[in-house]
Design a protein around this ligand. Structure first.
Ligand SMILES: [Zn+2]
Length: 398
């Protein structure tokens, strides 16, 4: 069969024309390898950018409903009784009613012990301890002592150690949560920034070793909080919502500077047991946290408020938790009972692609990391109990 030259010409013309129309209709623009599409456009074919033909919703409004159908296993109660090592009960433990209401919530979640990491000291700590001791919930709450880092200079450490000893007598079982303002913003008596590894603080860390108290310490914040707030920052929405979480270079030390000071502190006090809050902000780089664990046997990590990083790498996180099962502690941070079940689901199940509880933390979904029971027990309670002699040591599952 012969195809006429006219027909071939017509087909070629049609194909070219269709391509041109498709490009023109979407306002097509070419880019070179390595270049990004101009604002308002997306790469629809290699090297070819196009704008949506209807106005796109903002990232605040875009909430696509997933059509994925898979088995799901939401969990209300932890499989084993848990210690929440990163509790912020606030005034709930200052009154009998507040305490009873909190314990009722913890019972629904199978959280056996709340560790209050509210940095309390002196009379406030005594009030909490008296409330707990006078309640039916003596073995349900433990309190960490706070250190007052104001006015560090000659004579400070001696007073701080005396106060710590008094707080331990009153019932404190550890120290914390050492706040991120240590390093970020607190100044010394002489006006300079109080560095995390300042030698003036050494007597306090030595006292923690002598008194066998774990030191629960929050250093810096997610590394993106120190980066420019642009369309490449994966915490853009959070930084936009909460201006206080931005740490611009002209006003704050850099993330790596703070990590260096923290690691100096950990290495200089090998007999002091440190628990790095929020997995040291390395949950997005577990290999780095693993190197820290290898180099610093006195360091453990708590997993509160970084569930978005654990749940987006289920295979790597599973292997990491198994390898470092003696070094990771469960903690929740902000007391919001409805949020604990997300932790159980990530840690205990092999569920795929489910929602996280805060859109502004993460634009992605979570996956279960399917920890075996012996690892779950360590993460939920055994590691906390081992590091903290002041926690109840009996009544745990075998
Ligand atoms: Zn906290």
């Amino acid at each position: 069969m012969r195809i006429s030259r006219h027909l071939i010409t017509a087909i070629v013309a049609f194909s070219l024309g269709a391509g041109l129309v498709a490009q023109r209709g979407g306002q097509g623009t070419s880019i070179k390898p390595g270049e990004e599409c101009p604002a308002g456009m997306t790469e629809v074919r290699p090297g070819n950018c196009q704008a949506p033909t209807i106005p796109p919703p903002s990232i605040v409004d875009y909430r696509p409903h997933s059509t994925l159908v898979t088995p799901g296993h939401p969990i209300q109660k932890a499989r084993f009784p848990a210690v929440d090592f990163h509790g912020h009960p606030g005034s709930r433990i200052m009154s009998a009613d507040g305490l009873a209401a909190m314990i009722a919530e913890l019972d629904k979640l199978n959280v056996r012990i709340m560790v209050a990491a509210d940095n309390v000291s002196g009379s406030r700590l005594q009030q909490a301890e008296q409330t707990i001791a006078g309640s039916p919930y003596k073995d349900r709450v433990r309190v960490l002592a706070g250190i007052d880092f104001r006015d560090v200079g000659p004579g400070w450490a001696q007073k701080a150690v005396q106060q710590l000893e008094a707080d331990v007598k009153a019932g404190a079982v550890g120290v914390g949560e050492i706040p991120k303002s240590l390093g970020l913003s607190i100044t010394k008596r002489d006006g300079s920034r109080l560095k995390i590894d300042d030698p003036d603080l050494d007597p306090v860390w030595d006292a923690c070793a002598r008194l066998n108290l774990p030191v629960f310490i929050h250093t810096a914040d997610p590394q993106e909080f120190f980066e420019p707030i642009d369309n490449h920052n994966e915490r853009w929405l959070e930084l936009s919502l909460f201006p206080g979480r931005r740490y611009p270079a002209d006003r704050f030390p850099r993330f790596e500077q703070l990590m260096t000071e923290r690691d100096n502190l950990f290495k200089r006090h090998p007999k002091t047991k440190f628990v790095a809050a929020h997995m040291g902000w390395h949950a997005n780089d577990l290999a780095r946290l693993g190197r820290m664990f290898d180099a610093m046997p006195n360091v453990s990590a708590e997993l509160g408020a970084v569930l978005y990083d654990i749940g987006r790498q289920p295979r790597v996180a599973h292997d990491f938790f198994v390898k470092y099962q003696d070094r990771i502690l469960f903690g929740k941070d902000a007391f919001e009972p409805s949020e604990y079940p997300y932790y159980w689901r990530v840690l205990e199940t092999r569920d795929d692609y489910f929602d996280y509880y805060r859109d502004y933390h993460a634009f992605w979904k979570l996956y279960g990391i399917d920890l075996p029971d012996p690892v779950l027990k360590k993460v939920y309670f055994a590691n906390a109990a081992r590091l903290t002699p002041g926690l109840p040591q009996s009544g745990w599952p075998q």
